[in-house]
Design a protein around this ligand. Sequence first.
Ligand SMILES: C[S@@+](CC[C@H](N)C(=O)[O-])C[C@H]1O[C@@H](n2cnc3c(N)ncnc32)[C@H](O)[C@@H]1O
Length: 286
Amino acid sequence: MTKRPFRNRLNDLDPKRWLKFQKSWFVHNPPPRRKDVIRHPAKFPETLAQEFIEFFTKSGQVVLDPMAGTGSALVAALRCGRHSYGIELNPGYAEIARQVLEEERAAIARSNGSTAGVENLTAEVITGNAACIADLVRTHHIPPIDYVITSPPYWDMLRARGAETQKKRRQSPDLDVFYSDDPEDLGNITDYDEFIERLAAIYEAMRPFLKPRAYLTIIVKNVKKGGKIYPLAWDLARRLDQTYSLKDERIWCQSDIRLAPYGLGNAWVSNTFHHYCLQFRNDRVV
Ligand SMILES: C[S@@+](CC[C@H](N)C(=O)[O-])C[C@H]1O[C@@H](n2cnc3c(N)ncnc32)[C@H](O)[C@@H]1O
């Protein structure tokens, strides 16, 4: 009997690479950041975004990051031959993202010895509020979207007193501690329930612009504030399952962060070095 050929409707990976991605956790320690993007307080690594984009799309498809920061998802998309759009509220970060993308295009062309691979790829950064997605899609002619990969502000944690990662930033005038003071910035919402609702509303409003059965990956973390746990990843997963169907998470572990002695000798307080990469699919009939 002849073996049936492997038919792959989702991506361009061979079965071996497909299987490797299926593990529900992975360790990814971000490589050192470039000087120009270090101003931003919380970005995900381009290398991580690329693995997700290569799994959830085929070459030439369209990727969106509605909270694009300094453009990591778009850089990753460019590297693997996908079109991309990013929306970012802070004009300063949007501008950095545009510069980074221009340099990335030149670097890819140099290493390929030709601009042929990248000159026809869109990588557009839009300065705007993701809550106004319908207007932005219309005015910027964003085509139907095949995949969303994004990471929102982790509530208002950048404003929390004593946040270990923020200590160094507070002393350096070139590094931002918060994303912005804009009231539309989700990182400035102090009420947790309001934050979850406004964040979920943004993702829900994207639905008409996603292709049927498109996937979304949202990278988030559960957070601690004032000694209380706010299960942001779990609450968002449950809330968004009303609109998209929730698929399994992948847990991103970081193994290169120094441990802090929280609660030593007194109480259990974890050093939280993992993020949830939540997968949703646009296949729910609502
Ligand atoms: C966790 S960061 C994303 C970082 C990005 N993935 C990267 O690698 O650079 C969240 C971003 O959301 C942006 N943001 C917050 N509220 C927004 C809104 N209403 N519309 C668009 N962007 C927003 C912030 O300015 C910030 O850059």
